[in-house]
Design a protein around this ligand. Sequence first.
Ligand code: TPP
Ligand code: MG
Length: 617
Amino acid sequence: MSQKTVRLTMAQAVARFLTRQMTVIEGERVPIFGGVFAIFGHGNVAGVGEALYSVRETLPTYRAQNEQGMANAAIAFAKASFRRRFMACTTSIGPGALNMVTSAALAHVNRLPVLFLPGDVFANRRPDPVLQQVESFGDGSISANDCFRPVSRYFDRITRPEQIIPALRRAMQVLTDPADCGPVTLSLCQDVQAEAYDYPQSFFDEKVWVPRRIEPDPDELAAAIATLQGAKKPIIIAGGGVLYSEASAELAAFAEKHGIPVVETQAGKSSLPHSHPLNMGSVGVTGTSASNRLAEETDVVLAVGSRLQDFTTGSWALFKNDELKIVGLNIQPFDAAKHDGLPLISDARVGLARISAGLGEHKADSAWTERAKAAKAEWMEAADKATATTNAALPSDAQVIGAVQRTRGGRKTTLVCAAGGLPGELHKLWQAEEPGGYHLEYGFSTMGYEVAGGLGVKLARPERDVIVMVGDGSYMMLNSEIASSIMLGAKFTIVLLDNAGYGCINRLQVETGGANFNNLLRDTHHVELPQIDFAAHAAAMGAVTRKVGSIPELEAALAETASEPRTTVIVIDTDPLITTEAGGHWWDVAVPEVSEREQVKTARKGYEKALMSQRFG
Ligand SMILES: Cc1ncc(C[n+]2csc(CCOP(=O)(O)OP(=O)(O)O)c2C)c(N)n1
Ligand SMILES: [Mg+2]
């Protein structure tokens, strides 16, 4: 057999292959890779760098400022694209590569696709040890990039140019697989990047990837239907899988037809519009009073596309009904069977439609549905109170959320956040209007995701207003992709809440009996307290900036800067001690069994009592 071949370096083969992978969005064929974020060094500039230059017209390369930042932006791009499109990230060896490991874990936890292409040490080992090679004394095959293994869904090290053929095919399979989806790392030895090989021409044929929709197994489906038919007080937990399956319409139809209230996880929030009468809002540790009251009583939970992490289950103490059954509608068996769930392995959209057809006209007890609606009305009153305007010198996070919400106008908005006190407040209070309008990285809750995430969301959804809400601590950890957003003309708005420290951890510390210690700046070991001028800092990177002194000033600044073409940073001082008291649930954070502090002893007593309501198994 004579195959047509083309002589390319391994890196050129990678670049060409990436340009040929396509998908279909709204009937239109588009490249599945939205681009490549790159920071070059000796480990990738000559190989991958030269190759990316040759395809720059079809596969854009973006220079970032920090490898973790660019990887977070790439991951946000995939999340905002509902995993239908994604990006690649290339780095040098050593520190550049390892700067992406945290992001790999972030993508792994959140089940988000991203292709990492870190450079690696020489496969031929002739110049060893090359600059930035860590050198394991006991194992010649280990390099720094082995750190990616536990946080990649698929890892491969390319030590010969032809290995890239099966590796890239496997990479595409993982990146586009709704169940397996996550980070892929192809560690590219720097000498091999530059080696030529006669690649089969067919390797570069255009390929179109469309999401696979798995149908449920008939027996599992029958069991799920029977369980729901027997339910007296059913609820639906909407997780991220609802959004990734683009199943919002089916979810709304299901809830309405069968009269079942819906509660939302962080990843699942925006599955239904907040105004939908059966959307009870957030559930669990940061849940609304409405969701949590129903969750306490429910006997059957239909968990759709949820990982059922501790924030959702209230550290597994939220559900109080002895008869509780969980139906795990999930594309991933690992998640479907959690907490003794009755698995229903299926795409969310398909699964909801099949269960609904099986349920026919079956409806939950109307008293249960009506109670849900009343509980929601009660919650909305509390939420409106928490977010109402104020002239307080130091407003609460909730009051800032209210201001941001009021100034959205009719524009389509995506709210981005990840860590600190804000995620809990936003989970309760943000009023998402449509799927994807709420973008929280709360699987890994990585400080520093926010600014980079805003960039990724804007690249994925340029037509939307992207608003990043971030604490001073998270901003300090990673903010430099503001410069990238200016370079790329990718405007978003950052509302920076400066409470002079790690407010949420300080509160957690005090709740667990600890002294105010090492969280708020005033409680740290210091010679002088830093007076950080965040507006000046962001302005130095080219952002439009404002420092505002009150909620009305914030609203005015948001309105006034809405049409600015450049990324805008608005800074407001906030109170580190206030959070929304309504709603919420206990969270399992272990309190010391012995301590000299009376406050710890008291907290431990409360902790032991709370543990008694935790389910086991
Ligand atoms: C990379 C990383 N380091 C540490 C933490 C633990 N942590 C969670 S929130 C937080 C403080 C966040 O401070 P800030 O952004 O100012 O928000 P605030 O708590 O004040 O609302 C810390 C240290 C984390 N989530 N991520
Ligand atoms: Mg703070």
